[in-house]
Design a binder for this molecule. Structure first.
Ligand code: ATP
Ligand code: MG
Length: 442
């Protein structure tokens, strides 16, 4: 049955059974049980205990009901009391960053970057479906045969994806991504994702309005880095942020967050990142921050960066700094404005100043593994010049990643840029350009 129908049915007759309400019994149940004791039980024990107590309460205080009616009342009271069931304690645990349910029997979680499988699961497939319904109902979506895939964002910020059979061959699949915690650059330094000098350098680059692309694989920490770096955009600037699913948490006062919109059930009404980028250009932005470029909007973004909207920040899915340049070319060529290859290449070269590459280590850690500047080369082309590289030691037996962040002198274009905007680079990254070096008095 479709979610909506089910909810409507619930609303129409469900909340009232034999003259009493589910809410009433849930209240009575919570008065009766010892919550501290309950917390020590496993999910299955908890359910059994609550069902027993509810059963006794209904028998003792409630109306006379047919056994089927009584059982269904007890089940609904307990379902409500348990909220999202097995998922409740997982959602309450701030250290869990991702929850993956592969059918009723297999629940995986990600904690500190590592995946583990939980013991136990949902009591039945039916119960998993109920939980899914309850989750997507919070955002007025439904999952059924006609819309077997749903993407939603919960009011608490969690990103949820559901896909059910027949598309999924192993039962209903639920993936919940925690709303990413906002880390400051200082915290990222503390976690070993970069060293303090690199943090200072990135802060200066953002303040100096350098165009930065943050690249990395899935879950490598791109959005987290983008969020941390955007804190250095000066307070007086008007910032427009554009995302598919709003995750950035900017602290500045003058921020206009925009979020794209998926098509409705009839496949109409979609507003893409590209539409939003184009619209943003008419909003007099000082900075445009795009959560992730994935298609034709890349060209609009490059053009924006080349026409006075410098200091833009954007992320892209790529595996190395070189790959980022290729990927931007491919994405820009997906635009309906067909530019020759050379024109796209030139747009990229003049738009992008710095690429910050992130990687996720085998131990679950995320760090900057490469920073490169895109600098003009003699033949009219451009090349990538290393600004920082993480030099990893051979993997330790416990699979933890160790190594050191190795800085290189900044290319003159970046040094110039920093000095002209009153930002000195941190000592590890170079000195004043020759023409600005302090000269002894003559
Ligand atoms: N430097 C870091 N150290 C430890 N954990 C991190 C770091 N950066 C991000 N994380 C965690 O990794 C997870 C993924 O982060 P984030 O969403 O920023 O990655 P992403 O690359 O944007 O992912 P996606 O490809 O899905 O957009 C989050 O739970 C986040 O809190
Ligand atoms: Mg992201």
């Amino acid at each position: 049955m479709a979610l909506k129908d089910r909810l409507e049915k619930d609303r129409a007759n469900g909340d009232r059974v034999g003259g009493t309400t589910v809410a009433h019994w849930r209240r009575r149940l919570l008065e009766e049980v010892d919550l501290d004791e309950l917390a020590t039980l496993t999910m299955a024990q908890r359910r059994a205990r609550l069902e027993k107590v509810t059963g006794l309460l209904v028998t003792g205080e409630g109306p006379v009901l047919a056994p089927a009616e009584r059982n269904s009342l007890v089940r609904r009271v307990v379902d409500e009391a348990l909220g999202l069931g097995v998922l409740e304690p997982l959602l309450a645990d701030p250290d869990i960053t991702e929850i993956m349910v592969n059918g009723p029997d297999a629940i995986f979680i990600e904690r500190a970057g590592r995946l583990t499988r939980l013991d136990g699961g949902f009591a039945s497939e039916e119960q998993l479906y109920q939980t899914i319904d309850r989750i997507v109902a919070q955002v007025n979506r439904r999952v059924d045969e006609s819309s077997p895939m749903v993407d939603a964002r919960l009011p608490t910020g969690e990103r949820v994806n559901v896909i059910i059979p027949p598309l999924s061959l192993s039962g209903p699949i639920l993936t919940i991504r925690r709303f990413p915690r906002a880390y400051t650059v200082q915290e990222l330094v503390g976690m070993g994702s970069m060293d303090a000098s690199t943090g200072m350098l990135l802060a200066s680059l953002v303040r100096a309005r350098v165009n930065i692309v943050i690249s990395g694989g899935t879950g490598s920490g791109k959005t987290t880095m983008l969020n941390a770096l955007s804190a250095f955009v000066p307070e007086h600037e008007r910032i427009v942020t554009i995302e598919d699913s709003a995750e950035l948490q900017l602290k500045q006062e003058h921020v206009v967050p925009l979020e794209s919109r998926p098509p409705n059930i009839e496949g109409k009404g979609a507003i893409t990142i590209r539409d939003l980028v184009r619209n943003a250009l008419r909003m007099r932005p000082d900075r445009i921050i795009v959560g992730e470029v994935r298609g034709g909007e890349t060209l609009d973004m490059l053009q924006a960066m080349n026409t006075g909207h410098d200091g833009s920040l954007v992320t892209v899915h790529a595996n190395s700094t070189e790959d980022t340049v290729h990927r931007l070319r491919t994405l820009a060529s997906m635009s309906d404005v067909k530019l020759p290859f050379e024109a796209i290449r030139d747009q990229i070269h003049s738009a992008i100043d710095v690429i910050v590459q992130l990687s996720r280590g085998p131990d679950g850690s995320r760090r900057i593994t490469d920073i490169a500047a895109l600098v003009p080369a003699r033949d009219g082309d451009a090349r990538l010049q290393s600004v920082m590289r993480f030099e990893a030691e051979p993997l330790a037996p416990d699979r933890s990643v160790r190594g050191r962040f190795r800085p290189y002198a900044l290319p003159p274009v970046l040094l110039d840029r920093l000095f002209h905007t009153g930002e000195g680079p941190p000592p590890a990254y170079g000195a004043a350009p020759a023409h600005q070096a302090v000269r002894p008095p003559t």
